[in-house]
Design a protein around this ligand. Sequence first.
Ligand SMILES: C[S@@+](CC[C@H](N)C(=O)[O-])C[C@H]1O[C@@H](n2cnc3c(N)ncnc32)[C@H](O)[C@@H]1O
Length: 214
Amino acid sequence: MKEVQPGIYRKDGKLYTKAASDKKVYGEQHIEFEGETFREWVPGRSKAGAAVMKEVELGLEKDSEVLYLGAASGTTVSHFSDILEKGFVVGVEYSDTVIRQLVELAEHRENIAPVLGDARKPEEYEDMVGAVDVVFQDISQRDQPEIFLKNCRKFLKNGGTALLAVKARSMSSSKTKGEIFEEVKDKVREELDIVEETELDPYEKEHLFLKMKK
Ligand SMILES: C[S@@+](CC[C@H](N)C(=O)[O-])C[C@H]1O[C@@H](n2cnc3c(N)ncnc32)[C@H](O)[C@@H]1O
């Protein structure tokens, strides 16, 4: 088991995080290694996992404070929670049915704060979120970059890391993915410095993963 990034491990070509709870979250495999339990991080189920498989340094530290937009039921949030041994993750999700599983997950893990809210309206949850080291977004909406920038403006510390998973087909069905990715990059460049850009195939089709600094 080799730690390839803070709190992220690789063994036999698979990714793992150290299980902060014995409970399985999405049917992932748990393995024992030197007396500790590790949870497989399945890249086909998580854009952040896919990005790590494609050698992106996420920039998460074990004590990072993270704002996660589009938390859904907590598949990826659960791995962030494993990584953030001394940090925490605030997960924003606007579907009240989907967030139920995230709320349940947070009952077994102390470093997850679920927030039922619309990421388009960060003012609605600003009382629950302070300045964060990392903003991560995985939201399939036409206005993905605008939602992301609004939150980075409000919550991301200067020098902080901004991670955006862009789903081309949610933004336009008539433009090529290349045109869509260029438009997104032009938009985020107005406020952030792009440090890494990676397409997520074969794990996710027509997805771009951008790592930026404020
Ligand atoms: C692709 S899924 C996220 C999967 C999740 N990131 C994971 O890896 O476990 C996108 C999620 O974003 C949520 N979402 C879409 N628009 C939103 C908005 N404006 N505010 C908050 N959540 C939103 C959807 O309900 C959905 O659960």
